[in-house]
Design a protein around this ligand. Structure first.
Ligand SMILES: *Cc1c(COP(=O)(O)O)cnc(C)c1O
Length: 244
């Protein structure tokens, strides 16, 4: 979406491709930031759709090299249980951290998110943001959700445990490859079985995310919910891939 939004406003984008295995190329990102000093650098952590969590030291390195704002999208951070870039704001006022209630809070569709930044940064953003705020129902419900965070995060804790259990189980299945994840989804390489597997999952009422680009054709992003659903996914995999 960042690419799309940038295209809409006519901004030029510079992307730094991942290294093999969906590891982010921190040296490449650092070089690009130093060379181009982009007006805005966007880092997603943990990353979507790879699930990779970056060490805070790498985020800090990019932030320290940039003369301009760096936006860190932590939509999935509650699933990583790692230190947030919010801790960098005091030292680096160019840091903007955004969060959402759409993921770990289970409130997708409520459309409630927030930014944490230095007060000067917030003033600057306020100058250009639309004066029409979140609707009052979303604001009221968002405040309630944040207050009941501990209760809501019991569900999140179950998802984290199920993610780790399911990934461990899938890693011993022949014909597919799964990547470690610090989020509530993971990336799966189904190789040449991808089209057949996508269709079989769809017939079983399970929708997974696939990608348009040819190099991502063998990959799916699968969201973890409950063990029951994961067992259904596994049985479809075993139907489609011989000797899985
Ligand atoms: C879901 C998501 C968001 C934002 O979610 P909203 O529903 O718009 O609050 C932002 N960034 C990433 C990477 C996401 O996956």
């Amino acid at each position: 979406m960042y690419d799309t939004e940038a295209a809409v406003i006519g901004a030029k984008t510079i992307s730094v491709p991942d290294l093999p295995g969906f590891k982010r190329d921190w040296d490449g990102i650092a070089k690009a930031v130093e060379k181009y000093q982009p007006k805005l650098t966007v880092l997603c952590n943990p990353n979507n759709p790879t699930g990779e969590l970056a060490p805070l030291s790498e985020i800090e390195r990019i932030v320290s090299l940039s003369k301009n704002p760096v936006l860190i999208d932590e939509a999935y951070m509650e699933f990583a249980q790692a230190e947030s870039a919010i801790s960098l704001i005091k030292k680096y006022p160019n840091v903007m951290v955004i969060r959402t209630l759409s993921k770990a809070f289970g409130l997708a569709g409520m459309r409630c998110g927030y930014m944490v930044a230095d007060s000067d940064m917030i003033d600057a953003v306020s100058k250009v943001k639309s004066p029409y705020n979140l609707n009052i129902f979303t604001q009221a419900f968002g405040a309630i959700a944040l207050k009941h965070r501990d209760e809501i995060f019991k569900v999140r804790d179950g998802i984290i445990a199920e993610r780790d259990r399911f990934l461990a189980e899938l890693s011993s299945v022949n014909g597919i490859r799964v990547y470690p994840s610090s989020t509530n989804f993971f990336l799966m390489d189904a190789g040449t079985y991808a089209p057949a597997l996508f269709e079989a999952l769809r017939k079983a009422d399970i929708l997974v995310k696939k990608y348009k680009s040819p190099e991502m054709a063998p990959f799916f992003r699968i969201t973890v919910t409950t063990k029951d659903v994961d067992e259904r996914i596994l049985s479809v995999i075993r139907e489609v891939i011989p000797n899985a």
